[in-house]
Ligand binder design. Structure first.
Ligand code: KG4
Ligand code: ZN
Length: 363
């Protein structure tokens, strides 16, 4: 085995119990015990249910991650765990388990920011049995774009550990907006993946959505107006016909998706112009959406053709996972920038670490 870090990583920030083993930036195992079915009746994540399920799944998930990776606890360089942001009771389960595991096996513990995990998820590489893991060359600075159920933000990555938030949502996250509109259409939870499938069968121009925040020159986003627009639209259509014909649902999904992605596209353009990042790194659950990827690729090719979009090598790395947490810890160890801790406190509202002032766009 090479001398690159071998990290066991744990993430219990929301509703998935995740454990992974990362070698350098190669993913040797990536276990996700999903709680989706448990939360479906609530139409969202129910914190006490999440805590109970994490407590049941964490030990088997870690054991399976080690087994799939073919490594023993003794061989590990370090343990990494998500400290925040996330649901407090859920974070607590992962942190308590990771702290005890690190203590028992006398391994250093690294606390990681979940958002940083989503940003650096594009750097993960698949495990290749017969090749020696290599370090990554980073084309910094790049623009990180995180679009998930809990977060939507543009972040300039100056180097690993040095982040400048350029803009973020002022209310709902993009995934949350898709989920809430999907709920109005009885698409179940989470609705994002269903909306993507239904949108393929619908006409995105059937129901035009307004473009939010056009008078605000900053790079911040807002999705609550789109949600309100959808509610009025759907209620109006349902008043005429109940249940809605399937084609209308397809058209609403296609139009919703277009409305949400057009807003992100509109806000991304000036950021690209001003900061000229060499690459755009897309992470977060919504990053799995092929239409979003195509929309952002088109924007980049029009506005900054010398740049390009990088996405995680597998869609499993877009949604919440522990492999991305392991990648952050491993890179920090390699750069000798890891800070070790013994029993970290959960930080449900943890900010992305930054040594730079938050930015405003040139107008
Ligand atoms: O990153 P993630 O797993 O959890 C958070 O940190 O929030 O993101 C979950 C979000 C949900 O809102 C879900 O509906 C959305 O990602 N999502 C998608 C797709 N897959 C997941 N949205 C659109 N298209 C998809 N294919
Ligand atoms: Zn996430």
């Amino acid at each position: 085995m090479s001398n690159l870090p071998l990290v066991l990583a744990i993430d219990t920030s929301c509703d998935d119990t995740a454990a992974a083993v990362v070698h350098g930036v190669q993913i040797r195992s990536n276990i996700i015990a999903s709680q989706t079915e448990l939360h479906k009746p609530y139409g969202g994540v129910f914190p006490t249910v999440a805590k109970q399920a994490h407590s049941e799944h964490i030990h088997p998930a870690v054991q399976l991650a080690l087994k799939r990776a073919g490594v023993t606890a003794d061989q590990l360089t370090a343990i990494a765990v998500t400290k925040g942001p996330g649901l407090a009771p859920a974070l607590e389960v992962g942190i308590t388990y990771a702290s005890a595991f690190a203590l028992t096996h006398r391994k250093p513990l690294i606390a990681v920011n979940h958002i940083e995990g989503h940003i650096l998820s594009v750097l993960a590489e698949p495990w290749r049995k017969h090749s020696v893991p290599h370090s990554v060359a980073l084309p910094l600075p790049v623009l990180g774009v995180v679009i998930s159920g809990g977060h939507t933000l543009f972040v300039l990555v100056h180097e690993i550990g040095s982040y400048q938030i350029i803009g973020s949502t002022l209310d709902d996250a993009a995934g949350e907006c898709l989920d809430k509109i999907g709920r109005m259409l009885n698409l179940g939870y989470p609705a994002g993946p269903v909306i993507e499938q239904f949108a393929k069968l619908g006409n995105p121009l059937s129901y035009p959505f307004p473009l939010p925040m056009t008078t605000d020159k900053r790079a911040n986003l807002s999705f609550s107006g789109l949600k309100t627009h959808a509610r009025k639209l759907i209620t109006g259509l349902q008043a005429k016909q109940q249940p809605l014909p399937q084609q209308v649902v397809y058209d609403l999904c296609a139009s919703t998706q277009r409305g949400v992605f057009r807003h992100i596209q509109y806000k991304l353009s000036p950021v690209l112009k001003q900061y000229s990042p060499s690459e755009v790194w897309l992470g977060g659950g919504v990053a799995a959406n092929s239409t979003l990827r195509a929309t952002l690729r088109k924007t980049i090719s029009e506005v900054l053709p010398e740049s390009s979009l990088r996405v995680p090598y597998s869609k499993k790395l877009c949604a919440d996972n522990a492999a991305m947490i392991g990648v952050v810890a491993s890179l920090r160890i390699q750069m000798q920038k890891a800070s070790y801790t013994q029993n970290p406190d959960r930080e449900p509202r943890m900010k992305l670490e930054s040594n730079l002032a938050s930015a405003t766009l040139d107008t």
